[in-house]
Design a protein. Structure first.
Length: 257
């Protein structure tokens, strides 16, 4: 099982999360590409730190929304979104190459991630960007998302993830963050449910239903209180359950400079 986390989400003098400690826990790093967070210095530094620890680098692309941290939907034209995602991929690729590694996969951020679950035009736009950049590059997202269905049809390698600390609906979608109980905070509870996801392939929904999940990676958030402790609890619980931890199979995507 792969463990991924969102990293490099500071900007200038402002930092978010404890990236260096998280890089000692996760196997893949979703690195902000400068649109929702991150800047050239942070991007390069994060890529260097990930490469030094053998952690895979993923492009965490988002809407052009620094003020809103990429958590607000943007009704951007598809052609513009394609160009903006391509721009972000190119920027992170340069930083990754300089660090002696390469982008291993693409994962959208925040509101873009949510929109791509159902928004067909934006889904096609992001798929077009990834295909133009590298058609062998895997894309990572939530099972059932429209953009992953379009990506599969377009020939992109598709990988699926679950969220360690997010509540699920009975339909297998994430509970809206504005709802009570949408985010879990107990390290013990989160670790236990991650073992269930990895070993049994299911999670209990917020209303008690058993939801089957197809999962290649588990996301542990890096910007929540106690994030490092939670991530470590998840890793330890998986290891104790006999689950091996390694970066996702990239299906032959470029990984070395």
């Amino acid at each position: 099982m792969d463990l991924n986390a969102d990293l490099g989400e500071g900007f200038g003098r402002w930092g978010v999360g404890d990236d260096l400690r998280l890089l000692g826990v996760v196997t893949s790093a979703n690195v902000a590409c400068g649109f929702h967070a991150g800047d050239p210095v942070i991007m390069r530094r994060t890529c260097e730190a990930a490469a030094a620890r053998g952690v895979a680098v993923g492009a965490h692309v988002g809407y052009r929304d620094l003020a809103g941290f990429g958590r607000r939907f943007v009704d951007v034209e598809p052609a513009v979104l394609t160009a903006e995602v391509l721009y972000q991929l190119g920027a992170l690729d340069a930083c990754a190459r300089a660090a002696g590694t390469r982008i291993a996969y693409v994962k959208p951020h925040g509101a873009l991630y949510n929109a791509l679950g159902t928004h067909e035009a934006q889904a096609d736009a992001v798929v077009d960007a990834v295909r133009a950049f590298d058609p062998s590059l895997p894309v990572l997202g939530l099972p059932g998302a429209v953009w992953l269905k379009r990506a599969e049809v377009a020939g992109l390698p598709v990988r699926y993830e679950a969220f360690a600390d997010r509540a699920y609906t009975a339909m297998g979608t994430l509970v809206d963050r504005r709802r009570p109980g949408s985010v879990l905070h107990s390290a013990v509870e989160i670790a236990e449910r991650c073992v269930g996801i990895a070993v049994d392939g299911h999670v209990r929904s917020i209303d008690g239903h058993l939801v089957r999940l197809r999962v290649d990676s588990i996301c542990v958030h890096g910007d929540t209180p106690g994030a490092v402790g939670i991530a470590r609890a998840v890793r330890d619980a998986l290891t104790e359950a006999g689950v091996g931890l390694a970066a996702m199979d990239t299906g032959g995507a470029r990984l070395s400079a």
